[in-house]
Design a protein around this ligand. Structure first.
Ligand code: SF4
Length: 341
């Protein structure tokens, strides 16, 4: 039996044609699963009983299994989701002042092994399929089913999204399609450790989706220690590309401030030099401590001084105290038991 969420609209149209059904039924099916978020085929009232039964024999429409949900005091919720092969991933629903943010995973674990990140410590297990990416969004939407306001989607959960580009692209096409979930690409951010070829590709494929780069160091040398990917992907090449490619939005640089590693005023000076002539904003994220990683959160005084220096140099700087720290759902804290034994 095929899992419907792994099919693009064109793939579904081909399957529908092979079943001898009329083309418009695939649009109706997309409406039920993505726009109405209804998985029970029996409720698909505008499709005939005969066609529904035919469908039921061919396709599974169930979402991945939600096995746990924890909420912190501010309303941030972490969802533990089990995949078909029993691997587990986490997604986070963040309640902001005027909107919600969905933080979505793209891989089980991550190969990039950034020194400050709990997901990196899991190692790489596998890429998520496009359906497994979409399923997280539908599960989070169910949680706020009566909410009609703005939702941002950020690919900042487990994994490096651009190293799963084929499936990410397929999922993004459904997320942004009028016949699919129909989210504005302007409300979607893909966060990357810096995979230059795929940054170029996604900017061509989805020019309105925003890119956010995890910078985290004032030069490539310190970055190599924090983010081994910098040995292959030199930060200066990525920044040159950002400087020279014309886009409609500001690049966001995420900078996790770690005590004694990258939080000095000297570091802020280097950052100010490094990012010159790039239309950008900088998100400063005080490190969220993890029990099995030795790094520490800097003092508030150092954090404020770092921020002030960059502001004085003319940068737009946002200090982001991560939400969901007490439920281990803040930046760099997502890591789950891999398989139920
Ligand atoms: S920070 Fe992102 S890229 Fe680095 S190990 Fe964690 S999940 Fe992977």
């Amino acid at each position: 039996m095929k899992w419907i969420y792994d099919l693009s609209l064109n793939e579904l149209k081909n399957e529908i044609a092979a079943l001898g059904l009329r083309d418009f039924i695939s649009d109706q099916v997309f409406q039920w699963i993505y726009q109405k978020n209804v998985q029970n085929i029996k409720l698909w009232s505008n499709i005939s009983k005969y066609n529904r039964e035919l469908f039921l024999k061919q396709y599974s429409t169930l979402l991945n299994r939600l096995i746990d949900k924890i909420e912190d005091k501010l309303g941030t919720k972490k969802f533990l989701i089990e995949l078909e092969d029993k691997n587990r991933i986490e997604s986070v629903l963040i309640k902001e002042k005027n909107h919600y943010t969905f933080c979505i995973s793209s891989q089980v674990g991550c190969a990039l092994n950034c020194a400050f990140c709990a997901t990196g410590k899991m190692g790489f297990i596998r890429n998520l399929s496009s359906g497994e990416i979409l399923s997280q969004i539908l599960i989070l939407q169910k949680e706020i089913y009566d909410y009609n306001g703005k939702i941002n989607i950020v690919f900042m959960g487990m994994g490096e999204p651009l190293l799963n580009y084929k499936n990410l692209k397929k999922a993004l096409s459904i997320i942004t399609s009028e016949k699919g979930i129909d989210f504005s690409p302007k409300n979607i951010t893909v966060s990357t450790a810096g995979i230059l070829n795929y940054i170029k590709q996604i900017e061509k494929d989805f020019p309105n989706i925003k890119i956010s780069l995890s910078l985290n160091a004032p030069d490539n040398q310190i970055r190599e220690q924090l983010m081994p990917v910098s040995k292959k992907e030199n930060i200066n090449n990525i920044l040159d590309y950002f400087r020279n490619y014309k886009r409609k939005y500001k690049i966001t640089f995420e900078y996790v401030l770690i005590k004694g590693i990258n939080d000095s005023i000297q570091d802020a000076k280097k950052i100010s030099q490094l990012l010159r002539r790039i239309l950008c904003k900088i998100n400063l994220i005080p490190y969220n401590e993890n029990t099995n990683i030795e790094f520490k959160t800097p003092s508030k005084k150092n954090i404020e001084a770092f921020k002030e220096y960059l502001c004085l140099k003319g940068y737009t700087v946002v200090l982001r105290w991560s939400k969901g720290k007490d439920i281990k759902s803040a930046c760099g804290q997502l890591a789950t038991q891999i398989k139920e034994n």
